[in-house]
Design a protein around this ligand. Structure first.
Ligand SMILES: CC(C)(COP(=O)(O)OP(=O)(O)OC[C@H]1O[C@@H](n2cnc3c(N)ncnc32)[C@H](O)[C@@H]1OP(=O)(O)O)[C@@H](O)C(=O)NCCC(=O)NCCSC(=O)C[C@H](O)C(=O)O
Ligand SMILES: [Mg+2]
Length: 289
């Protein structure tokens, strides 16, 4: 299926507690593609209001350069949700991230609430997929509204809800990850992998980035600055991939009009050219940041 919107690099998407002024400041210097200023799990109940103010001030400050700035509000039905959503809508970030979205109806209600609260056109909805209900409804969720731009996997909550374990290779999560990917691709929207909790385990983290990339995710959500560089590298097309993509396009153009050509003995059809063009477009987008 085609993309519903133009490609935006979202290789590395860093969460930070909006109550942490140091982290909000540090984020201005980090080579991340996007930020999620969190009001939910990373912020204790006593700090919710102050964190909301900080997140909204940061999102409307214009001080984060080309990084997409989003705000994660507290979930539907919590005591903070409505005020968070209204304040975030007014601040006009690139996205409002809503945790634990369970149905297409919730997506449509969220979009209405965002727009009623004055969210500008550029503020899109990012829905978190992190419950069993969301997994069963993910196809309808992904295509529920044109304002929905991104699905974000919440793998900590999913592991909790499944009563599963965090294990290398993520066997217990594979079904949920793949159903979510299928839904995002059918709807033509972006999809981000969940976080890796052990900020000291560089090897395990890289392996999970590679797995997410190979599954087809556009990028990964992160919790620590130390995870950014590896994540950007894994989710950027390698030099070899770019060279190969250029060679495929050249071979195709040289065989103008033929339905199939070969490159070093490898069959090349139109679909391979489309893949190569996507690699080149991604390379251009990430190198021009
Ligand atoms: C995990 C942490 C609590 C670790 O914090 P800390 O021990 O302070 O880290 P460091 O001392 O190594 O920090 C070094 C410097 O980097 C800054 N920093 C740290 N983390 C961040 C960050 N996320 N963004 C920006 N800057 C950050 C520190 O301030 C230090 O700066 P300086 O002193 O100037 O050098 C911490 O990393 C953290 O809080 N991470 C984010 C946690 C979070 O947001 N969690 C919620 C989202 S995860 C989730 O819930 C996903 C989903 O819902 C699911 O279900 O899976
Ligand atoms: Mg969660």
């Amino acid at each position: 299926m085609g993309e519903r919107t133009a490609y935006v690099p979202r290789r590395s998407v860093l969460y930070m507690p909006s109550s942490n002024e140091r982290a909000l400041e540090k984020a201005k210097t980090l080579p991340v593609d996007a930020l999620i200023l969190d009001l939910e799990d990373a912020v204790g109940p006593d700090h919710k209001e102050a964190a909301r103010e900080s997140a909204c001030a940061a999102a409307s400050s214009g001080e984060y350069g080309s990084r997409e700035v989003t705000i994660r509000v507290n979930g539907i039905g919590t005591q903070w949700h409505e005020a968070d959503l209204a304040a975030a809508a007014q601040a006009g970030p690139a996205g409002i991230v809503v945790p634990k979205v369970n149905s297409a109806d919730e997506v449509r209600s969220l979009v209405t609430a965002m727009r009623d609260a004055g969210a500008p056109e550029h503020t899109r909805l990012w829905a978190m997929i992190e419950t069993p209900s969301a997994i069963f409804n993910v196809r309808e969720i992904a295509s529920a509204a044109p304002e929905l731009a991104v699905l974000v996997l919440g793998t900590n909550d999913l592991v909790k809800e499944l009563r599963a374990d965090h294990v290398p290779g993520r066997g217990p999560l594979v079904t949920s990850l793949q159903l979510s990917l299928l839904a995002a691709r059918e709807a033509g929207i972006a999809i981000l992998d969940g976080v890796y909790n052990d900020v000291k385990d560089a090897e395990g983290f890289e392996a999970e980035c590679v797995q997410g990339r190979d599954f087809g995710f556009d990028g990964k959500t992160l919790i620590h600055p130390g995870q950014v560089e590896t994540c950007n590298a894994v989710f950027s097309p390698s030099e070899e991939a770019v060279a190969d993509a250029r060679a495929i396009v050249e071979a195709w153009e040289a065989g103008a009009g033929k339905g199939v050509v070969t490159l070093n003995g490898r069959m090349i059809e139109n679909l391979h050219v489309e893949v190569a063009q996507r690699v080149l477009a991604t390379h251009e987008a990430v190198t021009s940041r």
